[in-house]
Design a protein around this ligand. Sequence first.
Ligand code: GAL
Length: 969
Amino acid sequence: MKPLILRGFFTLLLLQILEASSGWSVAGWRQSHLRVNKHSSRQDIVTYDEYSLLIHGERVMIFSGEWHPYRLPVADLYLDVFQKIRSMGFTAVSFYVFWGLLEPKRGEISFEGIRDLQPFFDAAKEADIYLIARPGPYINAETTAGGFPGWGTTVPGLWRTSNQTYVDAYSGYIKAIGKVLADNEITKGGPIILVQSENEYTSFEEPYTEDFEYEKILMQQLIDAGITVPIIHNDASPSGHYTSVDIWGYDSYPVKFDCSHPTHWDPSSIQEYLWDSHMKHAPKVPNAIYEYQGGSYDGWGGSGYDTCLELTGAEFTRIFTRSEVGMSATILNLYMIFGGTNWGNLGHPGVYTSYDYGAAIGEDRTLREKYYELKLLANFLAVSPAYYTTRPQNPDSLVGAFTGNAALKVAQALDVVGNKTSFYVIRHSDISSTATDTYKLTLPTSFGNLTIPSIGDSLKLQGRDSKVHVVDYEAGSTSLLYSTGEIATWATVEGKDVIVLYGNSGEVHETAFKLKSNTAGPKVVSGDGTIKAKLLHQGAVVLQYTTTGQTVVQFGSAILYIVDRTGAFQFWALSKHDSKTPVIVKGGHLMRTGILNDDASQLTISGDFNSTAILEIIAPASVSKVVLNGADLSVTKTSYGTLTATKEVNLPRAELPNLTGLNWKTADTKPAMGVVLYAGDYGYHTGNILWRAYFSSSGSAMGFQIWINGGSAFAYSIWLDSTFIGSWEGDATHAGYDAVWPFPSKLSTGSKHILTILQDHMGYEEDWTAASEEFKSTRGPVTYSFPGSDETKIDTWKVTGNLGGESYVDKARGPLNEGGLYGERQGWHLPGFDDVSWAAGKPTDGVSAPGVAFYRTNFNLDIPSGVDYPLSIAVTNSTINPHYRAQFYVNGYQFGKYVNHIGPQRVFHVPQGIFNYQGQNTLAVSLWAAKPGGAKLDSLQLQFNAQIESPITVQNTPAPAWSARPGAY
Ligand code: GAL
């Protein structure tokens, strides 16, 4: 039969027009195949079987993103991040808890200040996000000591084993955090649905092996603390460790972490064996990937997060993340979805201040293309319940499958419960390929084997791309025999199945609909796309279309939006887990919420806009009033019943102060180091450390040899009495450095001297390999001697770090924020410190000799409400006297550690709420010049990263002002 062409408003009535049925139907993703469920006897709200998780008896796709509350110390921004994730179609968030931050002193657990987790739980709940809690005790996470507390470095016995000293060390924490998590479980009305025990308990220092006793003890402790939801574990690879948990799963980072070659993908880097490994180790639970690559960390001297974003960007998402659909992953957590910041010394030495991670949501909470790309996939799976009971059909024979083209791989995941719907994931056999391959699919359908496209032509896979084609897919009461155009989302709105189909711009696709006796023919109601239609003899209509721009087709009880990829990015499916009233909004930078009132007469929506936007709202006909971000929106009805509106956006101007034009005060911290009263060689786990060595000269010492450890990119400077004798300025690779520092002249016999050493502590190493004790890596001098004089001995060593050590002073900002610089111990970084007696001086003038100077200034910000204008402190590379490091403190929070000659970070994002957007701010800078000649900041300025109209409201994080610091020296 020759295809018929539909153009413009030309209507082809194939069959009789269907009466539009009234009333709401349930959003697709809530329709579930209920089967016998396994659940722990501890509760029956979160259950599971071999296919998926069920919550309150309904199958749910756990498409989850990882982010860490401790990396965003502004409680009021939690909701913003959760809403952004929810609007992607994600259902969950996974998060670590950082033990070391909560129990910085053994036995003293604190949830004070930025450590309070309740606002995080409350915001998740408000945003309709489930939580996967990962309390460790070991977390890795590029966090200092992998999350262990600093005091752990001096506790003997093997950590991450059943060694009693270790079990004793963490038990108090697990009890405390276990209770907090238990109180916020879904069983008690909270958002937590899963709790992870340990982290990647996969690699063991020889001769040690997996410690089953430790696994058992830890799990029991979680249960004793009140955890009733399933306990999970993430094997680093699917190798079968810690399988005794309820739902075992694994991690996968297919392109690893080398951002310096951002276009390089190993041709076979998709780990196609993951399904077989899953079946080998845990066939009775869902295929759970607790960490799937969502970006990459970057280290000192690295290539920067732009390159990580390129490595793991939109193309990566299309291909790699989609590949998991072919493997029936129904618990899929992306590490990270929002990275945040390693503010206040919380990172391990392998990372710098930004933990942007090249994630879908930037460190400054802005949205990347990858965000929209993930949104397409997650929204699709959220409305595809048939996916939740699939099984891969050809995991070991992908090449050429269903196309006969060896350049292509196609994986079929079949709903083996409904026994009808299939998902076909196509990609290049060599996933690094940028070629264009054409193909036809031969697929089994309920109408027998079909060769697709049915209306001539062929399909195309262009460059680094992948697609999910469906067969026998239900969208409400509409049955899709197949669709090569991908489904962005669908919802049944007032009896009409609104289906959004997309492809890359200019691609040819087909969607075939099974006809019911009374199906009305397809009619183009908007747009100028050309649609070809063909009737299959079994009773289906195939539509062939080109995905360019937007064409709206009415077809029986369905409304089809046929759009290109960027058009599809603009659709927002707004519904809550418990809502029966889906609303779809097209347009806007980000749509957050859409709520209908009880009689569906008013729709209240909220969202973000970076420019004037045309909105199209798909809602029940009864809606007569639309309120957007608190203001009435004037809407017009389209011929096919949707509402359109123009949302005017006028971004208000906001001035930023010129930082270098402000009045700055400065004080030199070096001579003021004074007498070190605080002796002791432990208790300092963060920031700068100061050492003093007292000795009497034997008369022949030529210099001082010392090997100091501080972690990658660390530095040290040494003074003999008040004379500078040298610095190791640091590089990206040395975690320790050994050198001889000559004395300026020979010391006279019997003369008394003091060596003063300032060093950087870049955080403790992680402890990824259990029982390796790597996190106990020392920070400080390892060996020392006086070349030329074996007899010269150090009489006394003294050390100091942050004021109070483990009994740190600043309970609001937590134990890691301040280090041992004299200025930090005195609280010079805090707002309200009286610097009236200080001299005038700017960090851009700097110092002319090696040493540490502190700078302070105050300024007001007046950034209007109703916008989200993320701010950063930016510096430029100094090429003259490059060897220095600076720390930036905003209202007392250390939000930047800048190492000029190592980099790569030169823009330091500081969130609203740390910056006071409507009032006074204190900016302090410490500047440590490592070499003769001193150093200065080349430039220093504030800049906006983005300007967006947004309904977010942000209370400042409390920033307690300076008060007298008893015992500060
Ligand atoms: C995983 C680990 C995470 C994180 C990630 C890399 O191995 O579980 O905590 O470190 O690697 O970013």
